[in-house]
Design a protein around this ligand. Structure first.
Ligand code: NAD
Length: 325
């Protein structure tokens, strides 16, 4: 078994967390992951009351720990963040994943209620300020990630090595991890575990359309693209007709305003057209994913592979032979 600060703090068996994923982080997937740590994505639920139902539904499916994600991003219709937070706390949730801009008030609220907060961020300066706010675990999100990598473009290898030097509290690696090799590498970089999104999208229990799972299996690491670079809300999504159209509009002389792409990108469109052309977040791990396992099969395989790699790594160290000169 792999025992780390993450497994100890969360009371989970495998040092793997399933992160927030809008339209994907639903009870069935969360419960399936929760031998590791699954999180319900709050804003996927249409209201705080619906979130209460999702929490109860998850609890009926698992007796293992799970949490709730709240991500604060530019949005077409601002959600009632406070209402979602209050509903989840009142339902007895004690683990939260926060991400996005200006998370201070949310973190303060969760900490005042004795909850454990995992805060996801893409820079060391944001990690340090969340550390000062009293979060318990940082989720360090490298440029490889799906969704929002921030604007600094620093890959996980350097970001995690920096985290090892600068951070005082436990951190987990996010972005670019989809297998046991990635888990072992993250632990080698001082992380207490990993956070995965895209890999969990492509599991039996994930509710996304089968065609999208097949697309992930067939894809290479070159099949994602960044939209919203020019709007300073960079987002890594799957490369398809719609996302390429967004990027073309952004390249127009004089640039684009959000209104110029709004109809192509809105989450509502995504929900309605899930089967057809839509924008969907995907990390470059699409190039590493070539099957659709159950969450249990995936977690067992990653744990076994990481343990094997760590064992082999330690056999690389042999006693130093003393020179006779
Ligand atoms: P949406 O329909 O409001 O917006 C679609 C996309 O456009 C999103 O990527 C959003 O960030 C972006 N956007 C909206 N207004 C913008 C602006 N003025 N400038 C630049 N970009 C803008 O979003 P949605 O997909 O329906 O998501 C609904 C909620 O879920 C939002 O509040 C969003 O912040 C949140 N979310 C959470 C996660 C997560 O992992 N938990 C991921 C994505 C979105």
């Amino acid at each position: 078994m792999l025992q780390t600060d993450l497994t100890k703090l969360l009371g989970i068996q495998v040092p793997i967390v399933q992160g927030g994923m809008q339209w994907v982080g639903l009870p069935k997937l969360v419960a399936a992951v929760s031998n590791a740590g699954g999180v319900i994505t709050a804003l996927t639920q249409p209201s705080p009351t619906a979130l209460r139902h999702a929490i109860r539904e998850t609890r009926a499916l698992t007796d293992k720990p799970f949490g709730v994600n709240i991500t604060l991003l530019p949005t077409i219709t601002p959600p009632d963040y406070e209402g979602y937070a209050r509903a989840a706390v009142e339902e007895g949730v004690v683990i939260f994943e926060t991400a996005g801009s200006n998370p201070g008030p949310l973190i303060k609220f969760f900490k005042s209620r004795g909850c454990l907060v995992i805060h996801k961020c893409t820079t060391i300066r944001h990690a340090e300020s969340a550390e000062k706010m009293g979060v318990d675990i940082l989720s360090i999100d490298g440029f490889e990630c799906a969704g929002y990598p921030g604007e600094d473009d620093i890959g996980g290898l350097v970001l995690l090595a920096r985290a090892a030097k600068e951070l005082k509290i436990p951190y987990i690696a996010s972005g670019g991890i989809a297998d046991g090799q990635g888990l072992a590498a993250a632990l080698a970089l001082g992380a207490a575990g990993v956070n995965m999104g895209t890999r969990f999208m492509c599991t039996v229990e994930s509710s996304i359309h089968e065609n999208i799972k097949q697309k992930i299996v067939q894809s290479t690491e070159r099949d994602t693209i960044h939209i919203f670079r020019t709007l300073h809300n960079t987002t890594r999504v799957f490369k398809n007709k719609v996302s390429m159209e967004v990027v073309e509009i952004e390249k127009r002389p004089g640039g684009a305003k959000f209104e110029d792409v709004r109809d192509l990108v809105s989450g509502e469109r995504g929900r309605l057209k899930w089967r057809k052309s839509r924008i969907w977040s995907a990390g470059i791990t699409v190039g590493l994913i070539d099957d659709i396992p159950t969450c249990r099969e995936l977690l067992e395989r990653m744990e076994r592979d990481a343990e094997g790699i760590i064992g082999r790594m330690s056999s690389l160290v042999i006693p130093r032979v003393k020179s006779k000169l």
